[in-house]
Write a protein that binds this ligand. Structure first.
Ligand SMILES: [Zn+2]
Length: 303
């Protein structure tokens, strides 16, 4: 077992002038999650990576709960968004609540792949020892509406990052909780066939004309984030096309560790393009950029 790092805690992100009903929580570099305080419901959007983190969120919401029905939403089945679910599933428990998610989120959480991922993370870090995979208890496939009285929440399938992904749109305050559909400095795309799907989702959420877009990674509220993500993918594609046209890509490019350099759009260039401060950007985004270049080259070279 790897040496334990400093414990990750769920911290409240101070309200920077946004609607008081929106609460944002941050677990270090893991993830940001949200709560919306409506007249009828206290809606918790994503439960972070462990039951302990989810409990910390609920403790900081204790004051504002005030008899409201507790409702939980999962944006998708990636570990950092739903591994805190178990505290809400115990029907006798203090935080008993329905957990709403896409039918595909439920399927993903019940899969062997999810069990393998949990075993892997548990071997890596002790803090995952208490995680129990707990799929959503209410599922949907198209869209789902939650009428909270003062605010209505629309759950919108926005696949691409993953198949099961949903974003949360709050039309009255033009707020989009983007999950991982949009991300700063850039979203993660795993496979070439996901790229056009994610682009469609980004265009779809951009067309809502949100006043505020809050992703689960990146610590921004920039309403133009979906457009900026699209511009980034366009720029990656432009460099890929140029390189392919010039015929300058080595035959073993798939294995190249410096793939972004081979297309003349290095990680440093990409951070500059999206206006991200390298000193404040977690290093794993280097892998995200590499994947963006790889999937773009894959999709262009089969055309
Ligand atoms: Zn994710």
């Amino acid at each position: 077992m790897e040496e334990e790092r400093a414990p990750v805690r769920a911290k409240v992100v101070p309200n920077d002038g946004w609607d008081e009903r929106l609460h944002i929580f941050r677990a270090g570099e893991d993830v940001d999650t949200f709560a919306l305080i409506t007249q009828r419901f206290l809606v918790v959007v994503d439960t972070m990576g462990t039951p302990e983190l989810a409990t910390e969120i609920m403790q900081s919401l204790q004051r504002v709960r005030q008899g409201r029905h507790l409702v939980v939403i999962n944006t998708h089945a990636d570990w950092d968004h739903c591994w805190g679910n178990s505290i809400f599933a115990d029907i006798e428990g203090r935080y008993a609540a329905p957990i709403i998610g896409h039918a595909k989120t439920r399927a993903r959480m019940q899969s062997q792949a999810a069990r393998d991922k949990l075993a892997q993370k548990q071997a890596e870090e002790q803090r995952f020892g208490t995680v129990k995979l707990t799929p959503p208890t209410i599922t949907f496939s198209e869209t789902l509406c939650l009428d909270g009285g003062d605010l209505t929440l629309e759950l919108i399938p926005t696949p691409g990052h993953t198949d099961d992904h949903v974003a949360v749109w709050v039309p009255k305050i033009r707020l989009l909780l983007a999950g991982d559909a949009a991300e700063f400095p850039f979203p993660l795309v795993h496979h070439a066939h996901d790229l056009p799907v994610l682009r469609t989702s980004l265009a779809q959420i951009s067309a809502l004309a949100p006043a505020m877009v809050v992703p689960c990674h990146g610590g921004t509220t920039d309403p133009d984030l979906p457009q900026r993500n699209l511009a980034y993918f366009d720029e990656v594609a432009r460099h890929c096309r140029q390189t392919l046209d010039a015929g300058s890509l080595p035959p073993d490019w798939m294995e190249a560790a410096n793939l972004p350099d081979l297309i003349g759009f290095s990680y440093a260039d990409a951070l500059r393009f999206v206006d991200a401060d390298p000193a404040r950007t977690p290093t794993f985004y280097q892998g995200f950029h590499h994947d963006a270049v790889r999937v773009t080259l894959e999709s262009l070279s089969v055309m």
